[in-house]
Design a protein around this ligand. Structure first.
Ligand code: ADP
Ligand code: MG
Length: 697
């Protein structure tokens, strides 16, 4: 629909082709629609005129109405300045200019009534306003009193003298033409119930609010709008799938029972049992399952996945489990192999480094149905990988995979979409999970296996390295193994690798009597594998590595995690890393090393880690400190392109929007009621790029 808001910005009065290019390039504004959504990032208070006799504290901005009674030039050279004595009837204040004196002298018309705006400061002990904004007072000023918008600018705009004032003028032009074109998006009934102002009013007032209350109402309306439609689309998707997609009925428990009674290596926790029951409900329902298991590191997600696979295999289908890295895929393969062997199942491993010859054999065996469990990396998403009858696909550590990849798995079975089980150890606060994983049902393993001792975490400065080495030695002498992890990020990869190798050499010198492994992403897969294997087999005592060991690696005898430059890691990552220890019966330790120089936020991250082991508490802190845009798994999802709402800060509005959306869909799933036509229209006309991930599914 090429409408008013698709008009190119150059056609706005006061813009023109040259400024339009700047708008395009600098702030991504191409059309009227783009500009109107360029919301102010703050406001200046011009709701009233101050009185000189009642000035607020220095540093406040003030607005005055009065006349300039005297203009004098004072001082010499660098202190040369123009001083205007300003009188508003209640008293006098000096206005001072240090630059453009001649121009200003010409411009000022003593005796005329002016509106002055600026920051109150002091000069030579007296209250003054330096370089104030000055405008001749007209009656229209009274109607313009309000909060005035401040728009964010770029260097490129400033260089071309485009300032916030100019944008605000453009906005005024645009808004005065726009009102009839802004379509209402919420039915009267919802607006009345939740006391929401009309959309066009909200759009006007987000730019030019007469006062703080109006601004709040405008914000609330627009945030609600955004979150309501976000939730509506997610819920619709979920609902649509439950109805549309049949799933293979998986209801045979014989194989599971046999394994459970004879071979289960340990007693399951109640949380594990509960989640398996939830999964079984899904599998036998006849609908395709899309379920997420959230469970902190070490909570035992793997066995839950395996038992679910036994249900699927026992009911005559094949299964797969996909991990984000080769190391993890291999570890799953090695870990599951003996379990699967107990009940005579056939497994295969497929990764990027599987040889062509072996691949052929695996492809064959998958197609004729002789492989029961395929373990692999994203290599198993390739089109050449075809199953005879894939019933359940497990994805471990979801945040490394996009939604698109999940969708690819769906096509691996022609008769039915396979059931999908996603497992993540990244605890996500409820409000965020609702949105990021809104199209999945969520199960939680909220209990660790019995007998685990909570990991003890210390913060040590680099200067205490000798103490740390001493501690490592003491633990190794008790028979334990130690990880030492270094940050490695792309931007500083060379330097980071150097730190890693320097660190490795220092440790080799300090521990000549022990064998030491090194592992980083730049190594060949075979070398990585070799080093990892040596560590797993306890042939090495210390593993020096980058974050490649972050996810899922399981060496129960490793009980000490030393993290170098801990301040450079995010909370989620620190938590993941710490989760590599504390997997056996021994007391485990995590030592966070930092320099003395720590930012406030860095300090808070470290303190959070020292204070708690609870993944959910850490996730909340992470969300608070960094906002949702940086949280793992949210970046590629596209949902953070929200215009005005903020998932972290607006969780209350999100909750209300979610409830309202769900209430409406429950009553009227097709959005067919007359009162809901407006909603339906809005859902159908939404730009795909704002939510493209949901389209995939
Ligand atoms: P994660 O949830 O982090 O993937 P894993 O599935 O790797 O955790 O399990 C961590 C360790 O705990 C493994 O060694 C696993 O065998 C063990 N484990 C899992 N469940 C239990 C349980 N109920 N009792 C004892 N040990 C368990
Ligand atoms: Mg795991």
């Amino acid at each position: 629909m090429a409408g008013f808001f698709d008009t190119k910005i150059e056609f706005l009065k006061g813009v023109g082709p040259q400024k339009a290019i700047l708008f395009n390039k600098e702030i991504n504004v191409f059309t009227f629609g783009d500009l109107i959504q360029y919301f102010p990032f703050r406001y200046e208070d011009r709701t009233r005129f101050n009185k000189i006799s009642e000035l607020p504290a220095v540093e406040n901005t003030i607005q005055l109405k009065g006349t300039i009674t005297h203009l004098t030039t004072q001082g010499q050279q660098r202190k040369k300045r123009l001083v205007g004595l300003f009188n508003d009837g209640s008293g006098y204040i000096e206005l001072i200019w240090f630059q453009g004196l001649q121009w200003i002298v010409k411009k000022i018309n003593p005796g005329s009534e002016y509106v002055v705006f600026g920051k109150l400061s002091t000069y030579m002990g007296k209250p003054v306003i330096v370089h104030p904004e000055l405008e001749i007072f007209t009656p229209s000023h009274m109607s313009k009193l309000g909060l005035s918008p401040v728009y964010s600018l770029t260097e490129g705009l400033r260089n071309k003298y485009i300032d916030s004032k100019y944008i605000s003028k453009c906005m005024q032009n645009l808004l005065s033409q726009s009102m009839p074109h802004i379509r209402e998006t919420l039915p009267e009934s919802i607006r009345r119930e939740l006391a929401l102002i009309p959309k066009n009013e909200a759009v006007w007032q987000i730019h030019f609010p007469p006062g703080v209350q109006e601004l709040q109402r405008a914000r609330y309306r627009l945030k609600f709008d955004e979150l309501f439609y976000l939730q509506l689309r997610i819920l619709k998707l979920k609902l649509g799938r439950a109805e549309k997609f049949e799933g293979m009925v998986i209801d045979q428990t014989n194989l599971l029972t046999e394994f459970y009674n004879k071979h289960l290596p340990f007693e399951l926790t109640n949380a594990q049992k509960k989640v398996i029951r939830e999964i079984f409900q899904d599998l036998k329902s006849g609908h395709q399952m899309n379920r997420l298991i959230q469970g902190d590191v070490g909570s035992g997600k793997t066995i839950v996945a395996f038992l679910s696979m036994l249900l699927a295999i026992g009911s005559g289908s094949q299964t797969s489990i996909m991990a984000p890295t080769e190391i993890l895929a291999e570890q799953h393969y090695r870990g599951l192999k003996p379990l699967a062997g107990n009940v005579g199942l056939k497994m295969a491993l497929l990764t990027g480094s599987t040889k062509q010859k072996d691949r052929k054999i695996i492809h064959q065996a998958l197609e004729n149905g002789t492989i029961d469990i395929l373990v692999g990396t994203h290599a198993l998403l390739e089109d050449t990988v075809q199953f005879s009858n894939l019933g359940l696909a497990v994805i471990d550590e979801q945040h490394r995979f996009g939604v698109a990849q999940r969708a690819k798995l769906w096509r691996k079975n022609e008769a039915f979409y396979p059931h999908i089980l996603v497992m993540t150890a990244t605890p996500i606060p409820r409000t965020l999970a609702m949105t990021v994983y809104g199209d999945l049902d969520v199960s939680k393993i909220d209990e660790l296996p019995k007998g685990r001792k909570p990991i003890q975490t210390f913060h040590k400065y680099d200067s205490h390295r000798l103490w740390v080495f001493g501690f490592m030695r003491q633990q190794i002498e008790l028979g334990r193994q130690v990880y030492v992890v270094y940050p490695l990020i792309e931007e500083s990869e060379k330097l980071d690798l150097k730190h890693l190798t320097d660190g490795y050499e220092a440790i080799c010198r300090a521990f000549p009597e022990y064998a030491i492994s090194i592992l980083h992403g730049k190594m060949k897969a075979a070398d990585k594998d070799f080093e990892m294997q040596r560590f797993i087999e306890h042939k090495t005592q210390i593993m020096v590595a980058t974050t490649v060991i972050e996810v899922g690696v399981n060496v129960p005898n490793a009980s000490v995690m030393v993290i170098e430059n801990a301040e450079r890691f995010g909370l989620a990552q620190l938590h993941q890393l710490r989760g590599r220890v504390g997997r056996g019966a021994d007391q485990s330790y995590c030592i966070l090393m930092t320099s003395f120089k720590l930012s406030k936020e860095g300090k808070e991250r470290i303190q959070t880690m020292v204070r708690t082991n609870d993944g959910f508490e850490i996730a909340e802190a992470d969300l608070r400190l960094r906002g949702p845009g940086d949280m793992m798994g949210t970046r590629q999802s596209g949902i953070m392109d929200l215009l005005i709402a903020d998932i972290a800060r607006d969780s209350r509005i999100l909750q209300i929007a979610r409830e309202k959306a769900s209430e409406i869909l429950n009553k009227d799933p097709e959005l067919a009621w007359p009162d809901h036509q407006m909603i339906r229209h809005q859902v159908d006309s939404a730009k795909p790029e704002t939510l493209n991930w949901s389209k995939i599914s």
